[in-house]
Structure formats: structure tokens, C-alpha cells
Design a protein around this ligand. Structure first.
Ligand SMILES: [Zn+2]
Length: 301
């Protein structure tokens, strides 16, 4: 699948800062274009030692990195690209600590790169799911066995953070960090991401009991009576998503603070949602570098 893009191929294509800059320039601009200044159909050449390109006729300069997550960074682009490669090649992600070791940069730099690349992986679309959609919540952090306590609105749940998963079978996943498992919190997300044309499948949790009132066709599977599959009524897609996500959280990161839980969920969902991307996940992420440019200032603190 994605492994087709081997490290050897990657190094050949994006092994130097200049190659990476050229790749971004090619996404932003055609090979030939009309110069803004002299108005001629021109070719822009790289200026050695800088991140600018210059018009072959008048010397007008363009800056492909302007506004991107790379603009103010002193880290060479080939290291950025390698970090992006690592983040898409792994199933559960890598930690800033691993990035630090593999890139040979400081922890602080690795952490910063990691956060910036995650911005590229944040959920941007809000197209509604319309087919068979499985919905479930899970708890992250805290103590105790999650599912066992799901039915008890007890004190222990307060220690845990709630992730809500909305996954279309053979389609896209939305994962949201929500404040509680209360009915209103759930319905708010469902209305945002699920079209009333969809057929919704959940477990028998009461929070979902009234979603038919909002126009959804709804089936639920009764886990308490050991019923896990009834025809196509099951929540196995979202459950296997949760087990992968938790392997990532507990295996790679050990702990994900409340503050970064949504970013991790986005990163994980991003890989899931782009798993079949033609051209490979890396190219999708690379295009995001340019796409995110317009909205970037509001996202980066
Ligand atoms: Zn010009």
C-alpha cells in the first residue's frame, strides 16, 4: 500500500533541501507562468542559498514557502520532509522523542515540527457521511476498565477524556474530543457530520436512543446481552479503529494530555482517511503544506 514509497525512493526524491524546495515550488506554480512584474511568460529559477526563485527576464522574486509551516523555520526542508515521511509511514504515529533521535535535532525542534506537521493533518473538511455510519465513544486516560464503566454515570468517568468516533463503513472517519457522553454532546456531533440520509448504527447506549427524532434511521446492537453482530448491525469498524488508536496512544505516546488529544485523534484519523489515497499519503500531506497556507496564522500559536 503506502509502503511502496520506500525510504530509498524517498531519499532519492527528497534527499536535499533544494529538492524539497523545488517540490513545493512545483505545487504552487506552473513551470512557465506570467511574471507579476514584467508580465512576460517566464521561467523562474532558484536563487542559490535562498528560498526564493527569480524571473529570468526582470529578476522579480517569488517565495514558495511564504505562509507555509516552513516559512520561519531554520531547519532544512529535507529534515521536515523526512519527519513528514515518518509520520505517514507509521500506522500509529511517532513521538517527538523518536523524531528527535531519527532527525538528530533537539527535542524542542522535534516537538515543534511535530506540532506543525499535525496542523497539516487536522480535519479540514466537514462533508457529511451519508451511508452506513457507525458511531461510538471511547474513554482515554484515567483508571479503570472503560467499557465496564460506560453504563455507570459515575465519578470515575470524570478522570477520563471522551472521544467520539463517527465512521462510515468503507469511508471516512471523524473523531472528536467531546466534553461528556451526554446526549446533547453526542447529537451535536452527529448533526454536524452525519446526513439524515445515513443509516446510523450504535450500541445500546441511551445517549443514542433518541436520534431517530432527528431523522436518522437507527439500529443498535446489544452488547450487554453478548450480541455483537446481527446481520449488518454491528460496530466492528469503529471498534477496530479504537483499538488501533489506543495502541498508538498507549504504545507510542504513553500519555496524551487533554490538550493534545484532539490533535492526536486528527492525526490518527488523517492516516485512516487517506489510507487508500492514490499517489500515496505523503503526496497528500505535501499538498496540504500549500493548502494550509491560507488559514495558517490562526492555527499556530
Ligand atoms: Zn519578470
Amino acid at each position: 500500500m503506502n509502503n511502496k514509497f520506500s525510504l530509498r525512493q524517498f531519499r532519492r526524491k527528497y534527499g536535499t533541501h533544494e529538492q524539497c524546495l523545488e517540490a513545493i515550488k512545483r505545487i504552487c506554480y506552473p513551470d512557465e507562468m506570467n511574471c507579476d512584474k514584467c508580465k512576460k511568460l517566464s521561467i523562474f529559477y532558484p536563487i542559490k542559498g535562498r528560498t526564493a526563485y527569480t524571473c529570468k527576464y526582470c529578476g522579480y522574486q517569488i517565495y514558495p514557502l511564504a505562509g507555509t509551516i516552513f516559512e520561519k523555520s531554520t531547519t532544512p526542508l529535507d529534515l521536515w520532509f523526512f519527519a513528514m515521511y515518518l509520520m505517514v509511514q507509521t500506522r500509529s504515529g511517532i513521538s517527538a522523542k523518536q523524531l528527535e533521535r531519527m532527525l538528530g535535532v533537539t527535542y524542542k525542534t522535534a516537538w515543534r515540527m511535530f506540532r506543525q506537521i499535525r496542523i497539516l493533518m487536522a480535519e479540514m473538511g466537514d462533508d457529511m457521511l451519508t451511508e452506513i455510519v457507525e458511531i461510538d465513544e471511547t474513554f482515554v486516560g484515567g483508571k479503570g476498565k472503560n467499557r465496564a464503566h460506560k453504563w455507570i454515570q459515575g465519578v470515575e468517568e470524570k478522570q477520563k477524556e471522551v472521544l467520539m468516533g463517527i465512521v462510515e463503513r468503507n469511508g471516512k472517519a471523524y473523531i472528536r474530543h467531546i466534553p461528556t457522553t451526554g446526549k446533547w454532546a453526542l447529537i451535536e456531533q452527529i448533526q454536524k457530520y452525519v446526513s439524515p440520509k445515513a443509516r446510523v448504527i450504535t450500541d445500546e447506549f441511551l445517549g443514542y436512543a433518541s436520534i431517530y427524532k432527528y431523522g436518522y434511521k437507527h439500529d443498535s446492537v446489544n452488547h450487554r446481552s453478548q450480541q455483537y453482530v446481527l446481520g449488518d448491525i454491528h460496530t466492528q469498524t469503529i471498534e477496530s479503529f479504537w483499538s488501533g488508536l489506543k495502541r498508538g496512544i498507549y504504545g507510542v505516546y504513553r500519555v496524551v494530555s487533554k490538550k493534545y488529544l484532539q490533535a492526536y485523534a486528527d492525526e490518527y484519523a488523517w492516516r485512516y482517511n487517506n489510507r487508500k489515497a492514490c499517489g500515496g499519503m505523503f503526496n497528500i500531506l505535501l499538498k496540504q503544506v500549500v493548502n494550509v497556507r491560507a488559514i495558517q496564522p490562526s492555527l499556530i500559536k
